[in-house]
Design a protein around this ligand. Structure first.
Ligand code: ZN
Length: 329
């Protein structure tokens, strides 16, 4: 009887032992499995994050490139619409179109009210060299060239805040040139989105230039010109805003053609800048102060020499009494 009891209690102990082992094993599994899973998940999430980061930066780079190309296309389109330079290469037809556009523009400029009507005899040509998009790595070279001919020009600058850009802005002013505004961001999609966006960008640049140079600029050039085909809103809205601010905007009636994607030859630039000057009493020439525009700097001395060789022609910086050339209004 006691043997039976002993056997029964030994078997019970064994069962209890097994049960205990089972419980401990289950407990260990319950703790370690989620832990290991967590670690595996963490490692995988980290890896995916890294992939996501690199994909995001690639997408940003791509969209930057797309935007830059879009802006270049816009610039080109705006200039082509205005000057007919897109056609000028194709001979007589191009020349004719260019002439007609030029006449339209000069008519429009005449409508501004200030111009004395002198359609036949044009006595005294005033030429204004204007440089957009700076400061750039070439600003210094451009300033040196202008100095060497003792000529003053006009720089329509954008919001660049590096030390060298600030120095260049101060140089432009110190060396007697006119400082104009060309938007802080130069991003068509942002500045032309709404009157609020435009005025915010405008104030940011005007304040920044005042802070750096002490000059409160009173002239503006719209990115793409006032006749650009990019803005969904009527450009008159922005032109009216500038007028309210007491700021005058200047387009151009002669384009060097250096705003496009392709780097133009010195010869082409000189031809584009000088061929039509005699047509106008006031010529506002569009050039670019941009690191990508090496040939513009190379062509500049020849452009200046050719203009100076023209009879009764002067090169001036834009001043308060300069009659604006405007594509709209
Ligand atoms: Zn520009």
């Amino acid at each position: 009887m006691s043997d039976d009891n002993n056997q029964a209690s030994a078997a019970r102990r064994q069962r209890v032992q097994r049960l205990k082992k089972c419980i401990i094993l289950m407990f260990l599994l319950a703790v370690t499995v989620p832990f290991v899973l967590c670690i595996i998940l963490l490692v995988r999430v980290n890896g995916m994050n890294r992939t996501l980061d690199s994909l995001t930066s690639q997408i940003e780079k791509l969209s930057d490139m797309v935007q830059k190309q879009q802006e270049q296309m816009d610039d080109l389109a705006a200039e082509t619409v205005v000057t007919g330079h897109g056609l000028s290469a194709s001979g007589e037809a191009g020349r004719e179109a260019e002439k007609q556009t030029a006449e339209t523009i000069s008519d429009k400029a005449g409508e501004q009210g200030k111009a004395e009507e002198e359609p036949e005899v044009i006595a005294g040509h005033k030429v204004y060299l204007t440089f957009d998009d700076g400061p750039s790595a070439y600003t210094d070279d451009i300033l040196d060239i202008l100095d060497s001919y003792n000529i003053k020009a006009t720089f329509f600058v954008v919001g660049k805040e590096t030390d060298s850009a600030k120095e260049a802005l101060q140089d432009i002013v110190a060396r007697g040139h006119t400082l104009g505004m060309h938007s802080y961001s130069h991003k068509y999609s942002e500045i032309y989105r709404s009157p609020e966006d435009f005025s915010e960008d405008f104030a940011k640049l005007q304040d920044y230039l005042y802070e750096v140079t002490g000059v409160k600029s009173g002239i503006y050039r719209f990115p793409g010109g006032s006749s650009n085909t990019v803005s969904k809103l009527d450009m008159c809205v922005f032109a009216d805003y500038l007028e309210e601010q007491g700021v005058r905007f200047f387009d151009w009636n002669i384009s060097s053609g250096d705003g496009g994607k392709e780097l133009l030859s010195v010869e082409t630039l000189v031809e584009n800048c000088t061929a039509d000057i005699e047509k106008y009493k006031t010529s506002v020439i569009l050039l670019h102060d941009s690191t990508a525009k090496r040939t513009t700097v190379e062509a500049l001395p020849i452009i200046i020499e050719n203009i100076l060789a023209m009879e009764d022609t002067v090169i001036l910086p834009i001043a308060d009494d300069t009659e604006p050339v405007q594509h709209i209004h």
